[in-house]
Ligand binder design. Structure first.
Ligand code: OOG
Ligand code: MG
Length: 260
């Protein structure tokens, strides 16, 4: 494990890049021995700093949970990250691209839980503890040059998290077949990507199962009332100022916003 001084120094670097929309070189270039455990220690420190600023943690995200995303990023394992209230933007809002480096959008199914989840779970247990599922679009923005990273580096950058927009219709997960929800991402009215929800680990609730297992390995639980994003169903779509994004989710409505 890297010592606390180095974890703090790396957290400063990541936070600075996030706050000022600047890029950094991969943390593993300087610390080749850095481990996944070290990256999650950076995330813990990021969360402490955000909370100290008055922000609130609303939940967690799973990323790199679909083949399309793993292929696009050259990584073959899921990552987990923290979602703060300040990252959220309303539906139909305008997201300021100046605050971001090279954003991309992803369509994801989000879960909102109503009971604490811990340990080894089945999909069924996740569904029983789910209050509702809801469409979400994540705006990811790697702080690494050219959006290129390894698993250790991307986790320390909080899984490229930058903004997310939640919308459409909340649904009871027991009323839908969660493997066959069709999703279409449109940019300026043109279809850029399409897929079905089974692309995420065969069933998006599996992302929650994996997340809770990861938390258990760190002695943590997923509290009731958590907002969990399960990962992009398709590859992520690069965006620029002026782009209007609509993600349509079968039987769940759509989420729209734009970049200025
Ligand atoms: C890492 C984050 C991936 C997802 O939904 O797969 C992610 C990245 O691709 O930058 O959020
Ligand atoms: Mg994502």
């Amino acid at each position: 494990m890297l010592d606390t001084t180095i974890i703090n120094k790396l957290t400063d670097r990541v936070l600075n890049a996030q706050d000022h929309a600047t890029t950094m070189t991969k943390l593993t270039d300087e610390y080749p021995s850095m481990s996944i455990e070290d990256s999650y220690a950076v995330q813990d420190e990021l969360r402490r700093r955000w909370i100290a600023r008055g922000d609130r943690c609303v939940g967690l995200k799973a990323g790199l949970t679909s083949k399309a995303k793993m292929l696009q990023m050259g990584v073959d394992e899921p990552s987990f990250g923290i979602l703060m209230a300040s990252f959220s933007r309303p539906e139909n809002s305008a997201i300021d691209i100046k605050e971001l480096v090279h954003p991309r959008v992803e369509a994801e199914i989000a879960f909102v839980t109503k009971a604490e989840l811990k340990g080894d779970l089945t999909i069924e247990q996740v569904l029983v503890a789910t209050d509702y599922i809801i469409p979400a679009v994540e705006v990811i923005d790697s702080r690494y040059e050219k959006f290129k990273f390894d698993l250790v580096s991307v986790i320390a950058d909080n899984g490229s998290s930058s903004r997310y927009v939640t919308g459409g219709r909340p649904r009871d997960p027991r009323e839908l077949d969660l493997r066959t929800i069709g999703v279409v991402i449109e940019k300026n009215g043109e279809i850029m990507a399409l897929g079905a929800s089974a692309a995420v680990l065969n069933h998006p609730a599996n992302a929650v199962v994996m997340l809770v297992k990861h938390l258990a390995s760190r002695g943590e639980v997923l509290p009731a009332g958590s907002y969990v994003m399960t990962g992009g169903i398709t590859e992520a779509i690069p965006v620029s100022a002026g782009d209007c994004i609509t993600a349509r989710f079968q039987d769940m409505g759509s989420v729209s916003f734009r970049f200025v």
